[in-house]
Design a protein around this ligand. Structure first.
Ligand code: ADP
Length: 412
């Protein structure tokens, strides 16, 4: 039988009780009708006895064949009258047949009605079926023991670590646990890569500093040129190291949820105007322009949003030739308060754009260009924008330069 057409006890009970009610309703109606007809027949005969005689006793008599049933009346004047019941009931044969057909049609209609009920009750049927199924499943505790055993034996450090019980009933739990193990391993891998990249990046300035210290030790005491050059290099490298460590600390605090935002209402136009004025003072090698719309109010952390804007602006300056224009805007983009930083620099191809928010990523051009970056700036900017429920859109081409649009699409 088709699974979907199976009936549960609930639906059957409802169907059966609906049909039985209608059926007994018809039977009762017929009984009452018969009693009324027979009563009317008896009353009519008694009232219309010949010679105005009065009935004193009456009975029905069965004479061996149903058509010979008679109604007998004894009257007060000692006479007895006999009436063949079916002489009268023959008149009722046709209306009786019509009534019976009508009743049959009515009952058939009720069967159709139960189909409708059945359809309406289908979800209830399914529910009851599932409940029956669940209640019929006996809990097998050895399955849980097997699962426990498999979890206990898995070594999360092993490559491709997975649990497996070969049990179909436990498949979905197995998949969920294996997904969890996979995500844990991925995050562990990321963490390890981060630590190794960080160590690698710190090793370079330390090696440079060490080199200059050795040079100072050998010749710096007598040679003033070596002395000045070494001090300058050590200053630069230690400054670079300080920046790197500050950026690493920011990201580490972000990862562990300790970078708390101090939220307040911010006028985005005013904030970006301040960053623009700062840039004018710091960098005289580029042409900065600013354009801002009024009433761009967002909820955010002033210091952090400024920090993110500075990262995009410093990158625009780092990766654009001197004398080119850097445009800063604050405006509504697709209905969201946004700021835009656009440069006329060296731009990036699609492949590069897809990596720029990864920690320590620097394009080959950036590495060779001696621009002095760490590869962490955009990771920090992205963390800040994400923390403000914002979105970053990047459009870049080798000919035109790069445009970053940061939109605060949702309130925090
Ligand atoms: P970095 O310290 O190297 O600037 P970021 O994380 O800030 O690190 O940027 C990552 C890389 O993205 C950069 O090394 C550079 O290759 C690329 N990049 C970022 N901004 C721009 C830009 N405005 N124009 C061209 N390339 C850019």
């Amino acid at each position: 039988m088709n699974e979907n057409r199976k009936f549960t006890s609930i639906a059957l009970k409802i169907n059966a009780s609906f049909l039985l009610k209608r059926f007994f309703g018809v039977i009762w109606f017929n009984i009452v009708l018969c009693v009324l007809i027979v009563g009317t027949y008896v009353y009519w005969i008694n009232e219309h006895l010949p010679e105005n005689s009065v009935a004193e006793g009456y009975n029905f008599k069965y004479n061996g064949y149903y058509r010979d049933i008679t109604y007998n009346v004894e009257t007060s004047n000692g006479k007895e009258y006999t009436y063949k019941v079916f002489d009268f009931f023959d008149y009722l044969a046709f209306p009786g047949l019509c009534l019976l057909s009508f009743e049959c049609l009515y009952l058939l209609g009720c069967v159709g009605g139960t189909n409708k009920i059945r359809r309406k009750l289908r979800p209830l049927n399914e529910l009851a079926k599932k409940a029956e199924e669940i209640s019929s499943v006996s809990l097998d505790y050895t399955k849980f023991e097997n699962l426990e055993h498999a979890i206990y034996n898995v070594s999360p450090d092993a490559p491709g670590a997975k649990i497996s019980t070969d049990d179909k009933d436990l498949q979905s739990i197995e998949i969920a646990i294996n997904n969890l193990i996979y995500r844990m391993k991925e995050s562990q891998k990321q963490q390890t890569r981060f630590v190794s990249d960080a160590s690698h990046e710190l090793r370079t300035p330390i090696a440079v500093i060490q080199g200059y210290v050795n040079m100072l030790d050998r010749w710096g005491k007598e040679d003033e040129k070596v002395l000045v050059e070494s001090i300058e290099a050590i200053k630069n490298e230690s400054q670079h190291m300080k920046e790197l460590i500050e950026q690493l600390l920011f990201l580490a605090r972000g990862d562990s949820g300790r970078n708390n935002l101090k939220l307040e209402e911010i006028n985005l136009k005013n904030l970006m105007e301040e960053v623009w004025e700062e840039s004018l003072m710091i960098d005289e090698k580029h042409v900065y322009s600013f354009d801002g719309e009024e009433n761009l109010i967002i909820n955010g952390d002033v210091a952090m949003i400024k920090q993110s804007a500075r990262i995009f602006i410093q990158n625009a300056a780092k990766y654009s030739p001197e004398g080119t224009k850097i445009t800063i805007k604050a405006k509504l983009v697709n209905g969201a308060p946004s700021y835009i930083i656009q440069d006329e620099g060296l731009g990036m191809n699609q492949e590069e754009v897809s990596h720029i928010f990864e920690r320590f990523y620097r394009s080959d051009e950036a590495r060779n260009g001696n621009t002095g970056g760490t590869g962490l700036g955009l990771s920090i900017a992205k963390w800040i924008v994400d923390a403000h429920n914002g979105l970053i859109n990047v459009v870049s081409s080798d000919e035109l330069g790069t445009r970053f649009t940061i939109s605060f699409v949702k309130e925090i």
